[in-house]
Design a protein around this ligand. Structure first.
Ligand SMILES: *Cc1c(COP(=O)(O)O)cnc(C)c1O
Length: 421
């Protein structure tokens, strides 16, 4: 589905004219398409099934976009959740995701969060994805106190180096994530960890925005090797998330198709795991970005122009507090005018925040823009609102959902001054 097209020179998002929206809603705002979110999820899920992966469970990485209405849509499609805090756990449950489809990741789970997860009704979480031995010890103690049994999955640090931004690379020894093989295998011999815990799975997650699958393959081989060495009847192998999207046109030709990704997983596990054991654990995925990035847009209004000799600044009403990826990672996001016209000038599109990094794009070819004109920042569904802040004491922006039946629904109100604390 082509999410962005011009019709009569006006930008349409999944068939919705953007300029008419701004008559009713105040900029800046995020808008998400239910149709695209659904399509991305279905593609991922069907891809896993077509590649013959066993009983796939897709746990949406909630940190990429925890909006309750979006999570509800995914829950109805059968999605599970990958969570990293008690807040995300509560949100996942409220949105209708059953606990047995939830994996709890993160290096810093607190005792309070662990106890909250253990107290859930029913059989509890799919797993605590454990990142250190001290954490395992704490989970075991909490489970003992609450007379529960904790389901444990070790996150393996596979010691690989994927090609991605250093801030979102997670699979090497110098990173705080995951446990080394040696520590996993030693822990299995220590009874103190296992009185109220049971090892049910092994996971890897080597980073985000992965476009080159070489490191992914290596990580899966490592996952298989260590899974075999545990000599435990593991119920699942969790292959993590991280599959990239094409933010920049140059990335489009590198972008792994879902089919390629799934086949790589199937073939690697076949050789490295299934050929050596009778175990047939289910396969768990933790995608975030790939499901939601392209289903969202950020819409901003031009406040004014400013020309400093040969630098032309277009100042917009959205800022790095609303969408942080460009300022935090130098990430590229396409900028599109809502009214199509010849792109006759190169501009720096900047926000109102008092930081030089508050810039959505430098030297971007754009048509002449005047106060009140609209600009759209593309592919902002993932790590957008969720990374936002009130920096400069700005209210958080509005979030809109374009429903399948083409109705617009407010799924999160803009904050006004009275809500700023
Ligand atoms: C962030 C994260 C993910 C999701 O990564 P994406 O790049 O959004 O797919 C999955 N698993 C873990 C453990 C994470 O921290």
């Amino acid at each position: 589905m082509n999410e962005l097209t011009y019709k009569n020179k006006k930008l349409q998002f999944a068939g919705q004219d953007i300029s008419t929206l701004t008559k009713k809603f105040k900029t800046p705002f995020f808008i998400y398409s239910e149709e695209m979110l659904t399509e991305n999820y279905e593609q991922f899920s069907q891809g896993a099934q077509k590649a013959g992966l066993i009983d796939p469970l897709i746990c949406f990485a909630m940190k990429s976009n925890p909006n309750k209405e979006l999570v509800k849509i995914l829950a109805k499609l059968g999605s599970g959740a990958d969570i990293v805090s008690g807040g995300e756990l509560k949100r996942a449950i409220e949105a209708g995701i059953p606990a047995e489809k939830i994996v709890f990741s993160g290096v810093g789970k607190t005792q309070e969060e662990i106890e909250y997860a253990l107290k859930l009704k029913g059989q509890g979480l799919n797993s605590f994805n454990v990142e250190s031995l001290e954490e395992l010890e704490l989970i075991n103690q909490c489970a003992k106190k609450l007379k529960k049994q904790a389901r444990i999955c070790f996150r393996l640090n596979p010691v690989v180096q994927p090609k991605t931004h250093k801030y979102i690379s997670t699979g090497n020894k110098t990173h705080k994530f995951g446990l080394l093989e040696h520590d996993i295998l030693l822990s299995l011999k220590e009874k103190k960890y296992w009185s109220h815990s049971k090892l049910v799975g092994l996971s890897v997650h080597i980073g985000s925005q992965l476009l080159d699958l070489k490191a992914t393959k290596k990580a899966l081989v490592r996952l298989s090797e260590v899974a075999l060495k545990t000599e435990c009847p593991l119920e699942f192998l969790d292959v993590g998330g991280g599959l990239g999207v094409d933010y920049h046109p140059d990335e489009t030709h590198k972008l792994p198709h879902i089919e390629t990704y799934m086949n790589l997983i199937a073939e690697t596990l076949e050789k490295a795991f299934y050929a050596k054991t009778d175990l047939r654990p289910r396969i768990v995925f933790e995608p975030g970005r790939r499901i939601v990035a392209k289903a969202g847009l950020f819409v901003m209004k031009v406040l004014r122009n400013k020309v400093s000799e040969d630098n032309h600044f277009v100042i917009v009403d959205g800022g790095m507090n609303d969408f942080m990826r460009p300022s935090l990672y130098g990430a590229y996001h396409a900028l599109l005018p809502v009214k199509d016209a010849p792109k006759t000038q190169k501009c720096h599109v900047v926000g109102p925040i008092c930081e030089t990094s508050d810039c959505f794009g430098s030297d971007r070819p754009l048509p002449p823009l005047k106060s009140g004109d609209l600009l759209v920042l593309k592919d902002t569904g993932a790590y957008g609102y969720s990374m936002g802040s009130n920096y400069n004491l700005r209210g958080r922006p509005l979030e809109l959902l374009l429903e399948k039946k083409k109705k617009i629904r407010v799924i999160n109100k803009a904050q006004d001054y009275s809500e700023l604390t």
